[in-house]
Ligand binder design. Sequence first.
Ligand code: ATP
Ligand code: MG
Length: 479
Amino acid sequence: MKARRGLSLRGRLAVLYAALLVVSLVLVGAYSYWNIWQLFISSKSSHLRARAKPVIAHWLAATGLADAASRSLDRRPGDVLALARDLTSRDAVAVVLDRGGKVLADGRRLPEEPSPPAPDPQYLRRALAGENEVTYRSRVAGEPVLVLLIPLRPRPGSPEILGVVQLSAPLTDINRILFRHGATLIALLAVILILGTAAGFWLIGVSLKDLRRLLTACDQVSRGNLAQRVHPVGRRDEIGQLTEAFNRMTAQLEAAFASQQRFVANAAHELLTPLTGLRGSLEVLLRGAQDDPAAAGRLLRGMYGELSRLIRLCNQLLGLSRLEGAAHVSRRAIALPEFMEAFRVQCEALAADNPLVVETGPDVTVSADPDLLKQVLLNLLSNALRFSASGTPVTIGWKLLPQAVEIWVSDRGPGMDERTRAHAFEPFYRGKNTPATGEKGAGLGLALARSMVAAHGGRMRIESRPGSGTTVYFTLPLQ
Ligand SMILES: Nc1ncnc2c1ncn2[C@@H]1O[C@H](COP(=O)(O)OP(=O)(O)OP(=O)(O)O)[C@@H](O)[C@H]1O
Ligand SMILES: [Mg+2]
């Protein structure tokens, strides 16, 4: 057996399995990473907002801006700076902007502290329009920062906007945590991938082991070892079914092969008997018997008989092989009552010692090859006549079945024992019962008849018991 190039089934399944594992792990990992990131950002921004709210409320109350005649922030640089400073803490820098977006105050106390990002006009416009929860991400000197914009109103819920407070907090710590989380995730995915692929490879290998045994067995069968069987795997899955089917197939193959060998051996043996007889007679003639005309005539008549037997045998064998290949059946509509009556008249000479009775059945028409039908009836009739004592009747009849017609040939001869009945259809099988006439056939008559009936799609069966006669039934399709 030549191994095919390329990946084995196991390899292909393992690659597919690993690819699926990678895709699903990456999807799960990315989703969890994104979720954690969202969680961090939203918790940080709500924390900053919650801290800023009371500071702003306190500042509004302290400055009395709500009731002041002029509410312009530009006129109160001191108050604005105080607010920016109050809102600036270790983790966030506050900047106060006026309605025009100009920076009024910056809450940093030391100039070396990281500077806040320049206000983004796009988000600033949304905050000035009254949106309370404007949050976005930006970068300062390459570092990521979270920016929150809080509109300043003279009192809570007022539509008037005095300016905007911008809070910015570096995201470096969150990034560091997420980086560590991502690295752990990747390491974990790699471990799962390696372990999963190894386990999958092993599992696939175990499942395919039985398939490989089948492959070896097929190889053995192709080398002619028909006795090859595969030990059942003990499961009802596809491989279990395949194993059973394989064993059934090889058993049938072996039986068919053995029957073919038996057939050839039997055929050769059957041909050899008349040929040996012929050679014996010829030797006697050559040794001088031809000088005695009476002896020579006897020998020649014997040889003629042997030759006739040979020709009959060859014809029977030919008929069998032809029927076992594609059956050449030329069907025609046959009206049974007329056909059977004609058959009885033709056979009257053959059945000189026994009355031939046709039990006329229903007036039906079958679809069959008339020559083959006659041959079947002749084979059955010749058996019945050979086994019937002189004077006992042989009956032919038929009856209607739901989809077919059943025809029978019945005699009151010695019948068959169980073994003969079971094997009577096998080519060359001859029973131990001796025919009334004493002559023995080749054992092909019933095999031929059954092949002919099968070529019409019909079935043949025997009902017989020792001492109570024999009836052979066969079916033919209706027209
Ligand atoms: N009507 C019958 N009564 C008793 N035994 C029968 C009858 N028909 C067949 N058998 C038995 O079945 C065997 C097989 O029959 P089959 O017709 O195939 O072969 P055959 O008659 O021996 O030989 P052939 O038909 O080739 O001349 C016979 O040898 C005989 O033992
Ligand atoms: Mg026969």
